[in-house]
Design a protein around this ligand. Structure first.
Ligand code: PMP
Length: 318
């Protein structure tokens, strides 16, 4: 997946990495070259963002418990487990952010993988796993007047009975990667994938929604998408804060062409306006008013500006 917000462009290394319940200095958090299990077939991961609130002098991790629950769900789907409880995993992220004295927007990547030297790529169910939590600086694009040009991919999105997108497994990103590389080669910024039945699914690292006649429409969770936490957040904020109805249902490719507004939604991509699809302009070619309103609402929720959504935030500093 090619995305600058998710890339550690500065090459910043935290002082510590969390590994199996211990805070380990970065240089010591190593694996043998043969231990391919750390990034191979059944490995699963999460992507979480912590936002710094300057006024509160506080770092808020957004929907941390939900992300860690999804990691446990991903492990369950791929028939692996971890010795760590949900509470311990949540605490692990807080401990790591504190150990690294984190006072800036940060991307957090917990991941679980089959431990040790792995020769058998089809590792058996319940093989022992390691759990690691890494982190690096994150560059938020919220409220920056951005927008991307997108092409629908010729690659189909993986299906639930092929490589289930519901599990956030590294292997799934082979499909995302092929689509992203094709988009770049064709001169687009990003891509959208259809499923094998030709219905809209999601982007390579983000869900998607469109606006038509004042209603927000997004592909349903059984179309072949990750059960996205940002999608869930946005679908809640629209009716609660903006009085805008939301629908989740099948979406055709051509509905993209007649949408009034279109945007990605994901932890890393946040709320990202799409200005053009297959070289067809979306709306008037600029960020639309509904996208702008949800971007502001999302920003205020994740950064702790809107008090009403405090239950979604885990403060790091006491
Ligand atoms: N779909 C895919 C394929 C993703 O990688 C992501 C990013 N995690 C999303 C959707 C958005 O999910 P979330 O909002 O939970 O980050």
């Amino acid at each position: 997946m090619v995305d600058s917000a998710l890339a550690n462009e500065a090459g910043a290394r935290p002082e510590f990495i969390w590994r199996n319940g211990k805070l380990v200095p970065w240089p010591e958090a190593v694996v043998h070259v043969n231990a391919v299990g750390h990034a191979s077939v059944p490995s699963v991961f999460e992507g979480i963002v912590a936002y710094w609130n300057t006024e509160h002098e506080q770092l808020y991790v957004f929907r941390l418990r939900e992300h860690m629950q999804r990691l446990l769900d991903s492990l369950k789907i791929v028939r692996l487990g971890t010795g760590f409880s949900l509470d311990e995993m949540v605490q692990g992220v807080v401990d790591l952010l504190r150990a690294n004295k984190t006072r800036q927007d940060t991307y957090i990547r917990p991941w679980a993988f089959v431990e040790g030297i792995v020769y058998e790529l089809i590792s058996p169910a319940n093989a022992p796993t390691e759990l690691v939590i890494d982190m690096w600086p994150f560059k938020s694009g919220l409220l920056t007047e951005r927008g991307v040009r997108v092409g629908v991919s010729s690659w189909s999105r993986i299906d639930d009975n092929v490589l289930p997108p519901r599990a956030k497994a590294f292997s799934n990103y082979h499909n995302s990667r092929l689509a992203a590389i094709e988009a770049t080669a064709n001169g687009y910024d990003r891509t959208l994938l259809l499923n094998a039945r030709g219905k809209l699914t999601e982007g390579p690292g983000s869900c998607v929604a469109l606006v038509r006649q004042g209603t927000v429409i997004t592909p349903s969770l059984s179309s072949g998408v990750l059960d996205s936490i940002t999608r869930d957040t946005v679908l809640r904020l629209f009716p609660e804060l903006l009085g805008i109805p939301v629908l989740d249902r099948e979406v055709d490719r051509t509905e993209l062409y007649v949408a009034d507004e279109l945007f990605y939604m994901g932890t890393g991509w946040e709320v990202l306006p799409i200005l053009e699809v297959d070289r067809i302009q979306v709306g008037d070619g600029r960020m639309g008013p509904i996208t702008r309103a949800i971007e502001r609402a999302y920003h205020d929720a994740v950064r702790g500006v809107d008090e009403r959504y405090r239950e979604w935030l885990t403060p790091v500093w006491c």
